[in-house]
Design a protein. Structure first.
Length: 149
C-alpha cells in the first residue's frame, strides 16, 4: 500500500515540476512562517477579491522587520505566496519591504493559472498594510491595528 502512495506522490511531484519552479514546490510542501503572533509590532488582515483572507503579523525593531508570520484560509497558491512573501520580507527595512510587489511575486511564482494570480496581489497588499501598521505602531505605540489582538 505505501508503495502505491509513494508512486502517486512521485507522479504528482513530477507533474508539479513540469508547471512550477522548485522554490514554489518547496514552499508548497514546507511552508514557512505560517502561524499567529500575539505580540506583533504590525498587523493587517485583508479579504481577497475572489476568496480567501490573508493575515500578516510583523515583528521587528524600529527599522528592520525581524519576522513576518501569516495565515490564510485560501488555497495552496495563497499559502505558497504568503510563505515566499514573508520569507523575502524578513531582515528588510520597513522601506525595502514595500518594494515587494504583485509583479515581483508573480515573477517568483512563475506560471500560474489566471484564477490563482490574485494570491500574489493579496499577499503583497497584506504585507504593505502590515508595514503601514508597523510604522504607525512604532511612531505612536498603542495606535496600531495589532493592538486588537
Amino acid at each position: 500500500m505505501s508503495t502505491n502512495l509513494e508512486e502517486l506522490k512521485e507522479l504528482i511531484l513530477t507533474y508539479a515540476r513540469d508547471i512550477h519552479s522548485d522554490m514554489v514546490i518547496d514552499h508548497a510542501i514546507s511552508s514557512r512562517n505560517l502561524g499567529v503572533v500575539q505580540d506583533a509590532d504590525g498587523y493587517a488582515r485583508i479579504a481577497g477579491f475572489y476568496s480567501g483572507t490573508m493575515e500578516t503579523w510583523l515583528k521587528g525593531n524600529t527599522y528592520i522587520i525581524a519576522g513576518a508570520i501569516f495565515i490564510t484560509d485560501g488555497y495552496g497558491t495563497s499559502v505558497v505566496s504568503g510563505s515566499i512573501t514573508t520569507e523575502i520580507a524578513e531582515d528588510k527595512t520597513n522601506g525595502e519591504s514595500p518594494k515587494i510587489t504583485h509583479c515581483n511575486m508573480l515573477g517568483v511564482l512563475g506560471v500560474l493559472p489566471d484564477e490563482s494570480k490574485h494570491s500574489a496581489l493579496l499577499t503583497t497588499n497584506t504585507l504593505k498594510a502590515a508595514i503601514r501598521d508597523y510604522i504607525t505602531t512604532k511612531r505612536e505605540p498603542g495606535k496600531g491595528a495589532n493592538q486588537k489582538y
